[in-house]
Design a protein around this ligand. Structure first.
Ligand code: NAP
Ligand code: 8YV
Length: 320
């Protein structure tokens, strides 16, 4: 079936390249953040596809009677109710793999920045303190001889692990299902992993099961030499517990790219010198975001051309 002028709703922001390509291929209806479903019943009835940046709750789907497909910008789709979509026969797609390298590279950068305090060192130089006060203080922490635990060893976790190998650190991991294709030590629980390592990197999806699983007990198990890095989802972290652990020295340092209620970051985090923070930029380069944008559009084009999407999520089997 060919239907290049199907109506596609963009509820809120969209990447400019995706917007340009979508506008060329479809009848696009874009709404404003805050009034995403502010549409007439006639327009709602026309919408067959949605392109979104990780936001499509069940309540929105239920207002679109002829919705067939939701194309998500991002590999994580915790903001899209994929289970509800599956029950309604609506397909959901995401953007896996094209961002693996970028996110893994950023993770290594964040790890090193956190351990070696490189952002603070650069600020020290820019404030002319090197010239006026002498060398930047030695960092208490080093990556040397660390034992890194990966919480999550999927597409991105594997790329992080491969990049960690040349750094000569020991690598362990925890996932619900043990992988048979890696030689890294497997920990049967998150608590076991945190107990056995001194550096914990989280690269798991935001799901009901992972909600706030990095909690006070896990941080205590990580210990006073412990470093925690999060590039997965902020919802996996009990942030008050993390703030307390950094304040009291329960762990030594943390690096975060994602936050529980982003873009809002708790005030208390700004006062923590052992915390390194990034504004959710792990995939945020022009080339990688362009590849993600293309995948968002190509999934929709494929669906409306002949029902062949490139990257459906497991909750929604492909059928047309
Ligand atoms: P993936 O290939 O699906 O890998 C997910 C990994 O998490 C798997 O190893 C999975 O193993 C594990 N996992 C899932 N639920 C778990 C649980 N309850 N306990 C322990 N392990 C669990 O996904 P991916 O492509 O690597 O992406 C991972 C996530 O990273 C995304 O969902 C997204 O939230 C986040 N992300 C963030 C950024 C950023 O900009 N910061 C960019 C890209 C992705 P099992 O199924 O065996 O448990
Ligand atoms: C998002 C991400 O795409 O892919 C993901 O899951 O978290 C990022 O790459 C980004 O936040 C979209 O703005």
């Amino acid at each position: 079936m060919t239907d290049n002028k199907s109506t596609v709703l963009i509820p809120g922001r969209m990447h400019p390249r995706a917007l340009e390509r979508l506008t060329a291929a479809f009848d696009v209806v874009q709404t404003q953040p805050g009034s995403e479903l502010d549409l007439s019943p006639e327009t709602k009835a026309k919408v067959k596809g949605v392109a979104t940046i990780n936001r499509m709750p069940a309540e929105w789907m239920d207002q679109l009677p002829n919705l067939q497909v939701v194309s998500n910008f991002g590999v994580g789709y915790d903001g899209v109710d994929a289970r509800h979509a599956g029950e309604k026969g609506v397909l959901v797609t995401n953007t896996p793999d094209v961002l693996n390298d970028e996110v893994a590279d950023t993770t290594l950068g964040l790890l090193i920045n956190t351990v070696r305090r490189l952002p603070l060192a650069e600020t020290y130089l820019r404030e002319k303190r090197w010239e006026n006060e002498g060398p930047f203080p030695l960092t208490p922490l080093s990556l040397k001889n660390r034992h890194v635990g990966l919480l999550g060893l999927g597409r991105i976790g594997m790329e992080i692990a491969k990049r960690l190998e040349p750094f000569k650190v020991r690598i362990s991991y925890h996932t619900r299902t043990k992988r048979t294709d890696v030689a890294y030590d497997y920990a049967p629980s998150l608590l076991d992993l945190a107990t056995s390592v001194d550096t914990l990197i989280s690269i798991i999806p935001g799901t009901p099961e992972t909600h706030k699983i990095i909690n006070a007990d896990v941080l205590k198990a990580l210990g006073p030499n412990g470093v925690f890095i999060n590039v997965g989802r902020g919802a996996s972290v009990d942030e008050p517990a993390l703030i307390e652990a950094l304040k009291t020295g329960t762990i030594a340092a943390a690096g975060l790219d994602v936050f529980y209620d982003e873009p809002r970051v708790p005030d208390a985090m700004f006062d923590l010198p052992t915390l390194c923070m990034l504004p959710h930029v792990a995939s945020a380069s022009v080339p990688t975001r362009n590849d993600m944008a293309d995948l968002v559009v190509d999934n929709l084009i494929g669906w409306f051309r002949d029902g062949s999407v490139l990257t459906p999520v497991p909750e929604t089997p492909v059928r047309k």
